[in-house]
Design a protein around this ligand. Structure first.
Ligand code: PLP
Length: 275
């Protein structure tokens, strides 16, 4: 079952509450809900669901709250962005992929559990391995893989090398660039901005005034493909409200407002030549 989003593409807590109440009732929709899956940085728009409010609703219904922070949870380290993640500590579990922005080689994925004993649910005990009565620390009790390399090492090395302030600086850069690009695009008559960006992703459409409404989706696809064929710059493509849209994804700390504006200029040129 899915729950709708608000104008910034964050989970609509009112709708979540209504849905949980309906499912908890004894009507035709009655269900035994075990988990709400929220997102701290959605794939399409980078929006961060209001985790604190969602956690309260989940608590009231005794439902497990998982937050998918694969892309976005790392940005909670940037002080100015921290309020966006308030309540994350109330989630029962959160996943995070440092391979997305931390330069850690793929795969580097972490699961956080609010209560450490919940991780033990994944443990398998036997008389010859992971003995329940063992007093020795045993990482096998905390992870699904057993004989595997120490996967935390590349991440730990990268953080030690950059230092926490270096890490934060690298994370902040694309966030600031996307905010600036948003401020610029908001005032452009030929651009439809589709949400206020929470993180480093911004979705929009190029909508020249002469273009018939029915061809808006087609134009976004055309811009995406033409840029890609050019081989120098790229925008991503997605779909919001049933219509194609373009998507800027800024991940690298080397990104600049000028570089993004140059890509936008080229997108507009392609739109001008579109008939
Ligand atoms: C919100 C979210 N969850 C999960 C994933 C999957 O990531 P991966 O397959 O790299 O672990 C992505 C990928 O972009 C994502 O944005």
């Amino acid at each position: 079952m899915t729950v709708g989003v608000d104008e910034n593409r964050r989970m609509d807590v009112g709708q979540l509450r209504d849905t949980l109440a309906r499912l908890a009732g004894d009507g035709a929709e009655s269900r035994n809900v075990f988990c709400v899956s929220a997102t701290a940085g959605t794939t399409s728009t980078g929006s961060v669901d209001p985790l604190g409010e969602i956690a309260v609703a989940c608590e009231e219904h005794a439902v497990w709250l998982h937050a998918d922070g694969a892309y976005g949870f790392g940005y909670a380290l940037v002080p100015e962005w921290q309020p966006l993640y308030s309540g994350a500590e109330l989630a029962d579990s959160i996943t995070w992929d440092p391979h997305k922005q931390f330069g850690a080689p793929i795969p580097s994925s972490i699961i956080f559990a609010r209560r450490s004993e919940d991780l033990l649910r994944m443990a398998i005990f036997s008389s010859y391995f992971n003995r329940e009565d063992s007093a020795e620390p045993n990482p096998g009790l905390k992870s699904i893989p057993s004989t595997r390399p120490l996967s935390a090492l590349p991440l730990a090395t990268s953080i030690r090398y950059l230092g926490l302030s270096g890490v934060i600086e690298r994370l902040r850069k694309p966030l600031v660039v996307i905010r600036e690009v948003y401020d610029y695009l908001e005032g452009q008559p030929d651009i439809e901005v589709l949400h206020r960006p929470d993180t480093g992703i911004l979705c929009f459409r190029v909508v020249p005034s002469r273009l018939a409404k029915e061809r808006v989706g087609e134009l976004q696809q055309h811009i995406y493909e033409t840029l890609l064929r050019g081989g120098k710059r790229s925008l991503s493509i997605s779909e919001l409200d049933g219509e194609a849209c373009l998507r800027i994804v800024a991940l690298s700390p080397a990104v600049t407002v000028e570089a993004v504006r140059e890509t936008l200029l080229q997108a507009r040129r392609i739109a001008e030549a579109f008939h």
